[in-house]
Design a protein around this ligand. Sequence first.
Ligand code: AMP
Length: 623
Amino acid sequence: MTTSPENIPTGFDTLGLAKPLLAALADVGYETPSPIQAACIPVLLAGHDLLGEAQTGTGKTAAFALPLLQKIDLKRAVPQALILTPTRELAIQVAEALQKYAHHMPGFHVLPIYGGQSMVVQLRALSRGAHVIVGTPGRVMDHLERKSLVLNNLAMLVLDEADEMLRMGFIDDVKWILEHTPATRQTALFSATMPDAIRRVAREHLRDPQEIKIRSATSTVVATSQSYCQTHTGQKLEALTRILEVEDDFDAALIFVRTKTATVELADKLEARGYSVAALNGDLTQGLREQVIERLKAGTVDIVVATDVAARGLDVARISHVINYDVPYDTEAYVHRIGRTGRAGRTGRAILFLAPREMYMLKLIERATKQKITALTMPTPGEVANRRVAQFTQQIVDIIKTEKLDFFFDVVRRIEGENDIAAREIAAALAWLATRERPLQMPGANDHAPREVAATPVAVAPAPTFERKPAKARPEESYPAAEPRRERPAKEGRSDTPVKQRTFAPGTLARYRIEIGRNQGVLPKEIVGAIANEAGIAGKDIGQINLFEDYSSVELPANLSDDLMDILRRIRVRQFALKTRVMEPGEFVDTRPPRRAAPARDGKKPDWKKPDGAKPAWKKREH
Ligand code: AMP
């Protein structure tokens, strides 16, 4: 079954939110309200007080921020709403969320105030006026006492993470603030738990509040094997791609993210890394959605990145993995998601990514699925390399079994005889050639300690003449953005430049960054060709090219004119705009492992894992 428009749940537009807010939600790519939002927004819009039991990650910020914004009178630059948070981090985060949701409310001003920030700065900011104040209790109290913050016009007060404020000893400050704000205000109190002390505050300071608690799904036993991986947001993509590489029995994956925008962004990033991937979100028409599902079934797409809504009802037997890239709002959504794998009697695999602050979800999910969720650590570059070697070995074994190789035996024999090279060396060179676009070793696979990098700045000094000097090797001082030469003997130099090494006068060249790299399958000669043809820079004036995963560095004449830079920025290679720019001093760090020397002729085997015959998880995109 595929999702049809009828079973898509109601969107934000049914909750009574004003157009500017709906426009902002469309901008950030939220597709549907989370359960806490669907329950809280109408209650707050109707003016009721509210007692909400909700953790971080449930979408509670938008649950109070959206109705709060709807009530703001932009013409009056006085505090009309106050949000109290236990920490400065949360205050800043909430202020940023408000700013984002108020994107189509011109002139809107939110001010975070917290301890540790200069009083002078805060006093100045307060005197300029703000519509909403987000602050920690101590500092808010300070300003109320100094009368630098006046809350006579306060219409709404929100206590966020009230149990945290209690735990951190702020509850008396909170009560004091409640007593010093107009009794006519509307109050919302959110707390992950409801200890007695919080209930008492609610009883004394909230007027006939509506209680909202999102119930956890009743527990279900699932046949899926479940793991989680704790990562910081910045590492998630790397962790995902490494895990996909080393997972056994990978066939196809459904990856869940929270927003429509994130489906497209993540799909693009995975595609750039060579996966065959499609995004599935509520913006697609029914026809397009069905096309994606058909492509997944047929195996022309291996990964679908979807929102919960878009993946509802999706039933494709080949989905071996469900990846919770963004944590679901509640256990019910989690159980729904992982139900998309383990179909047709197979055992499925579910992997959950959790940021440290989302770890509380683990226990809840274990309880809801009546199953232990095992910890998974991000595979090391060495583990990924082992897996790639195993897959590569399998390919070789298969070719030997299935292909007719007589002609190639002769070729190898001839190379051996004519050049006095052992077959093992020839094989190593061929392996290098065959895996050139997707090296078996990840950067850092051999780097246990950070490598020393010369801090020579990138040359940008004027040096109008660049002359060509016939030289075999480049002396260190003649090169503007040099890496430590002692690591790079000329013969095995790791330059990806296809042309002969040349020497340029100091300052002649500068290093430029271009946004295409190994993952996009680019070859140095394509870069030289494009730059030479389209920018008119002769091949002889192009220096060293180093390919990295998603970008490359190219040495070009320093101080190029603005016109030429404009052309260089717009040149496309393999459909990627180069977006060329000068690299900052120190930006160039060659992290790639040194090329392996040819194996010694001592008959020792390299320390590689045995092939396990697993199907490659990284199947390249078909063109
Ligand atoms: P919170 O529980 O307020 O800390 O929100 C957790 C995360 O969920 C934030 O990154 C929000 O941007 C995101 N989020 C909140 N509501 C939605 C929604 N309706 N759809 C998608 N993402 C959301």
